[in-house]
Design a protein around this ligand. Structure first.
Ligand code: ADP
Ligand code: S3P
Ligand code: MG
Length: 181
């Protein structure tokens, strides 16, 4: 099984992805963690030191590697869809799910966040709205499925995604799980 999660910062790619992988008993890979292991510092520090373009080059290299041997559940960073090469590689290698959330919901989750460099601005809600307008079409272009994440809890989202993956034949239902007694 190879599933990649895309969506804006705060959509739940990392949190839902980790729980989904536990539930399906497959590996979980967060592309941002792979990058942080390579650079030896936080993404926020790297942005400040080297700039966003350099981060995007690293991100593209990591996504190309993951897409070359796709397996498990991959949580991407919110900007992974910005480059066409990433969109093509993700869509070709993975079943891609767009975790869609309104900027207002994301803002509620991230209003105290200090880790996301793009949101360390005077008006993070305004920034999230700009990111949404710019990226929503790119997430849709990349994804095979869209899941709304505004209201459901992480646990409910995991259930919804498992059900969709089972219906699409990507995940197998547990043996005898749905049979009547
Ligand atoms: N559906 C949800 N309901 C409530 N909180 C959520 C939900 N999804 C994510 N969160 C919380 O929002 C924050 C950001 O989630 P995260 O998984 O890091 O997002 P992403 O990786 O997409 O940027 C975390 O504190 C996470 O626990
Ligand atoms: O939206 C973005 O451009 C980014 C999102 C972050 O990941 P999350 O989506 O997990 O916050 C991280 O990759 C980096 O800070 C850039
Ligand atoms: Mg994340």
């Amino acid at each position: 099984m190879a599933v990649a999660l895309v969506g804006l910062p705060g959509a739940g790619k990392s949190a839902v992805g980790r729980r989904l992988a536990q539930r399906l008993e497959v590996p979980f890979i967060d592309s941002d963690h792979v990058i942080e292991e390579r650079i030896g510092c936080s993404i926020r520090d790297y942005f400040e030191r080297e700039g966003e373009a350099s981060f995007r080059d690293l991100e593209q290299a990591v996504i190309a590697e993951l897409a070359a041997a796709p397996h498990g559940i991959v949580a991407t960073g919110g900007g992974a869809v910005l480059r066409e090469a990433n969109r093509v590689a993700l869509r070709a290698g993975f079943h891609v799910i767009y975790l869609r959330s309104a900027p207002e919901d994301l803002f509620r989750r991230l209003r105290h966040d200090v880790k996301r460099p793009l949101l360390q601005v005077a008006d993070p809600l305004g920034r999230l709205r700009e990111l949404y307008d710019a990226r929503d079409p790119l997430y849709r272009e990349t994804a095979h499925d869209v899941v709304e994440t505004g209201r459901p809890t992480v646990a409910t989202l995991v259930n919804i995604i498992v059900m969709q993956l089972e219906l699409a034949g990507i995940a197998s239902p547990p043996p005898g799980g749905d049979l009547p007694d």
